[in-house]
Design a protein around this ligand. Structure first.
Ligand code: ZN
Length: 167
């Protein structure tokens, strides 16, 4: 004859113990995450998303006189812990958007491809940082009202360069 096994009754004492263990594991996990070199930054407020002076300076110094943007974009993605953004020259892409909207653009950002296109080979620091802001927003690094995105993208480039003592 098979003896029916009695269901386990979880006592209050056991629950308390389980909660304590779970709490302990959660704390350990937070400690591990806090020590990761590239802890991803997420849902930052606008005033929290500008890097400290030394990061701004180092990014801007990497931007000077280069035609290849990978270096400082890599630095920015490392700082924010988000994916990189491609940056290419494409007069056609910008002209297509201009025809579509009737406005004039220096560059544009495509969130699906995570790529920015600039009209000319030489783009200003502020244009690259502007497009980078759109990228950060699409990646969920910064949390702002979508309708204010353009305003904040302009502001981001301005404050970033000010902090790096560029303007
Ligand atoms: Zn923009």
């Amino acid at each position: 004859m098979v003896k029916k096994s009695k269901p386990i009754k979880i006592t209050d004492c056991m629950w308390i113990d389980l909660h304590r263990k779970l709490d302990c594991l959660t704390r350990q996990l937070i400690r591990i995450e806090d020590n990761l070199p590239n802890k991803p930054k997420r849902y930052l407020k606008f005033n929290e998303c500008i890097p400290p002076t030394e990061v701004c300076r180092s990014v801007v110094s990497m931007m000077n006189g280069v035609e290849n943007y990978d270096g400082f974009i890599g630095k920015l993605s490392e700082y924010y812990g988000c994916s990189i953004m491609g940056m290419y020259v494409s007069l056609e892409k910008v002209l297509a958007l201009e025809r579509q909207t009737g406005k004039s653009y220096v560059a544009l950002y495509d969130p699906n491809l995570k790529v920015a296109y600039s009209k000319k080979k030489t783009v200003t620091h502020s244009s690259v940082l502007h497009e980078w802001f759109h990228h950060m927003h699409a990646q969920g690094v910064v949390s702002i009202n979508v309708k204010d995105e353009e305003y904040y993208a302009i502001k981001y480039a301005e404050v970033f360069l000010q902090r790096a003592n560029m303007i």
